[in-house]
Design a protein around this ligand. Structure first.
Ligand SMILES: Cc1cc2nc3c(=O)[nH]c(=O)nc-3n(C[C@H](O)[C@H](O)[C@H](O)COP(=O)(O)OP(=O)(O)OC[C@H]3O[C@@H](n4cnc5c(N)ncnc54)[C@H](O)[C@@H]3O)c2cc1C
Length: 404
């Protein structure tokens, strides 16, 4: 790759922005980000970043700022609907360098944009919707429709589709079908003020009234994620929210007992694209795979793609790798999704409500107890999330020579 290398990233979501900061800051690569929206998404959405993601925040040079704005959570636990404690882990927050950090995406996004825009050779083009892809041996191009009604093409050495679940890049490569399934439950996210004596993250186990309540900021904002019938419309879900809160939360609160900041019905999906690479076009994060958010593996897996792809593109740039590495990127990232992210995220979800998951639930709670009794062993369990990452620098020519 020459110094004039251009990477075009489609999507100014968390995955596209993190990759962009890493490429521009660490390698001086020219990065253009295109986003269909006219501004950054201001919906809180994901907030918990696992140690594996924190490792890449460190490599991107953003970790100090993220820690300043966010916090390290104190423990996750499982409870009955009447709040009786069932099991928990991580009550004393891990103080290690890559300990989990919590910062809602509506705060992480602007932070990433500030870092990106402070670097040379960078630009974000808002109001640029990608509707097609073209490529030849020398270049990949995105076909764009701007919010002003203009149509244009923008090219680079590589195009990265980081444009989320309904990715225009993925659809240009593979059509509308996104292999996988939508689960037969949908969830509603509601941040609300702190009221109950809960740990920082709480999963409530119940056949119908399951939910998660998590502290997501240090200024009193909590998020409740609860389930409802998959067949309800958005309007029906909004209408049922006060009744559902009264039904599921301790103390049966009524509107006025809490301050509601926002609300988002969300479909649960387990999906994976057939390949994460076609020529000079590569997919990451939600554009490449989806899973339900219980356990936070969606974005954790997305950021792990970013770390892997960064090592691949940096290796190509530094002549440490040839671009066949992108086939390996696709193969390994898909394997990790199939063997870890898909099954673990399904287990995290079923543990909350499914009677058939009783055995798994008991084994899981026994593991939590062991982790509490033996903190060193517990630390190992917490750090096992690092296996969603794959270190592509091990394939660098200089490393191969060093081990010859
Ligand atoms: C309500 C809600 C709550 C969530 N909670 C959690 C959670 O607790 N834990 C968790 O792990 N995950 C959670 N998620 C999922 C998490 O937010 C996503 O995994 C994450 O945002 C994916 O990041 P991304 O960068 O891949 O894509 P996105 O954040 O979806 O960003 C994609 C960007 O691409 C742009 N774009 C889309 N199409 C085009 C196009 N054709 N051309 C140009 N630009 C385009 C969009 O405008 C957007 O800015 C939640 C999601 C939602 C909606």
């Amino acid at each position: 790759m020459s110094l004039a290398t251009i990477v075009v990233i489609v999507g100014a979501g968390p995955s596209g922005l993190l990759l962009a900061v890493m490429l521009a800051r660490n390698k001086g690569i020219k990065v253009t980000i295109l986003d269909a929206d006219t501004k950054i998404n201001d919906n809180p959405r994901a907030a918990h970043y696992a140690p594996s993601a924190v490792y890449d925040f460190h490599r991107a040079g953003i970790l100090d700022d993220v820690r300043k704005q966010g916090f390290t959570p104190k423990g996750v636990c499982w409870r009955r609907k009447d709040t009786t404690f069932l099991a928990g882990m991580g009550r004393e927050p891990e103080q290690s360098q890559y300990a989990m950090v919590v910062l809602p995406l509506d705060r992480l996004g602007p932070l990433l944009v500030r870092h990106f825009e402070s670097l040379p050779n960078t630009q974000i083009l808002w109001g640029h919707k990608v509707v097609g892809i073209e490529q030849d041996e020398k270049e990949a191009r995105v076909v764009v429709q701007t919010s002003d009604g203009e149509s244009k093409k923008i090219g680079g050495d590589y195009v990265v589709g980081a444009d989320g679940a309904s990715s225009g890049v993925r659809q240009a490569l593979f059509g509308r079908e996104y292999p996988g399934e939508t689960l037969d439950k949908q969830i509603v996210y509601l941040p609300f003020d702190e009221k109950f004596d809960y740990w920082d993250s709480n999963f409530i186990v119940h056949p119908t009234d399951w939910y998660m309540a998590a502290k997501i900021t240090t200024d009193g904002l909590w998020r409740v994620t609860y389930g409802d019938d998959a067949n309800l419309t958005r309007e029906e879900i909004v209408e049922r929210q006060p009744m559902r809160y009264e039904q599921i939360l301790p103390g049966n609160p009524k509107p006025g007992d809490y301050k509601l900041i926002s609300m988002n019905p969300y479909k649960l999906q387990q999906r994976c694209a057939p390949s994460f690479r076609v020529g000079r076009v590569v997919l990451v994060a939600d554009a490449a795979h989806l899973c339900n958010p219980f356990g936070g593996l969606g974005l954790t897996g997305g950021f792990a793609d970013v770390g892997s792809l960064y090592d691949c593109l940096a290796g190509i740039h530094d002549d440490e790798l040839d671009d066949s590495i992108l086939d390996k990127y696709s193969e390994i990232r898909i394997k990790i999704w199939r063997e870890m992210i898909d099954p673990l995220s399904r287990a995290n979800f079923h543990r909350l409500w499914d009677e058939n998951a009783k055995k798994e639930r008991e084994e899981f709670f026994a593991m939590c107890e062991k982790a509490l009794d033996d903190p060193l062993w517990g630390k190992g369990v917490a750090e096992s999330v690092h296996s969603v990452r794959h270190d592509f620098t091990q394939y660098y020519k200089s490393k191969a020579k060093a081990t010859e």
